[in-house]
Design a protein around this ligand. Structure first.
Ligand SMILES: [Zn+2]
Length: 293
């Protein structure tokens, strides 16, 4: 799923790593806040202050996403689900679990933990920012904290859309799964909602692009495409897992065994066996006994 990644740190036994695309987004966010958002909202500050505010807000955004993913991870570990790692990438973060939750309750608790953490961060930031303004703390500080409150609120709103594999989609899937006891059906419903929401984002992205908001438009378009792809893959994953459940190797083995004498040259093997029979493995025999594959 990811390209080149690099390790960052380890917390509560969970490794946090970043995809290279994350670095690009950190720089883009810092830049757009330092030259666009903050100068428009807080007038007449030196450029260095805007850059410091942009860097601080970017760092806070990074911390908020790590905390959101950590909330998923810690609850998963508590429910006995092994955690692989947290990966930060262009669209945020992913808590990669070693296996899928085994019960609807596990899935519900793991999924809801992230948005709850983001609600807490958003609330704390907004309260701090309002109290800070009343206490006449510098606008540089309250502005950054206000921004973090708003961005966490947006993370919550986006994540509670019941579109699988977003958190809201996972919550809905766990409820449907519990209701009918059918994980495949629950995944089918929520993944199709995920796909529809992706389509909706693509639509408003294209609309934004042609009506004078090219950056926001492209962004929504990319997230929409990503979501459609992720929902389709998640559903296929469940289908394949179901199809293979309980199957034994005998179902997938080739009953006819082709043997190759150990004296056959590689050229003969390629010409006479691989090109004609298209098998990937041949049993190599040494007269009467087999010597390898
Ligand atoms: Zn989440």
């Amino acid at each position: 799923m990811f390209g080149k990644t690099f390790p960052l740190f380890k917390v509560f036994g969970v490794r946090v790593q970043a995809d290279l695309s994350w670095l690009i987004i950190v720089l883009l966010v810092t830049w757009s806040l330092a030259v666009g958002v903050f100068p428009a909202q807080y007038k007449d500050l030196p450029p260095a202050v805007y850059w410091a505010m942009g860097a601080a807000a970017s760092f806070g955004l990074f911390g908020s996403i790590v905390l959101h993913e950590l909330a998923h991870s810690v609850v998963a570990l508590r429910r006995g689900i092994p955690m692989r790692r947290i990966t930060l990438f262009i669209f945020g973060g992913v808590a990669e679990m070693g296996e899928e939750p085994k019960t609807p309750l596990d899935e519900f608790l793991v999924a809801i933990a992230g948005p709850i953490m983001s609600v807490l961060i958003a609330g704390a930031c907004l309260v701090f920012s309002i109290a800070g303004s009343a206490l006449q703390l510098p606008a540089q500080v309250t502005g950054v904290v206000w921004y973090l409150g708003m961005i966490n609120a947006i993370v919550v709103i986006f994540n509670i859309v019941p579109a699988f594999p977003l958190d809201g989609g996972r919550v809905l899937r766990s409820i449907l799964w519990r209701w009918r006891g059918d994980l495949t059906w629950a995944t089918k419903i929520t993944a199709s909602l995920g796909s529809s929401f992706g389509m909706f984002l693509i639509f408003i992205g294209v609309f934004g692009f042609i009506t004078g908001n090219p950056v926001g438009g492209i962004w929504q378009l990319l997230i929409g495409l990503f979501l459609r792809n992720a929902s389709a893959m998640s559903y296929q994953h469940v289908l394949v897992k179901n199809a293979l459940r309980g199957e034994t190797v005998v179902r997938f083995m080739r009953p006819e065994v082709v043997t190759v004498s150990s004296h056959v040259t590689v050229a003969e093997l390629v010409e006479d066996y691989i090109y004609t029979l298209h098998h990937k493995l041949f049993l190599v025999t040494d007269g009467t006994d087999w010597s390898g594959v």
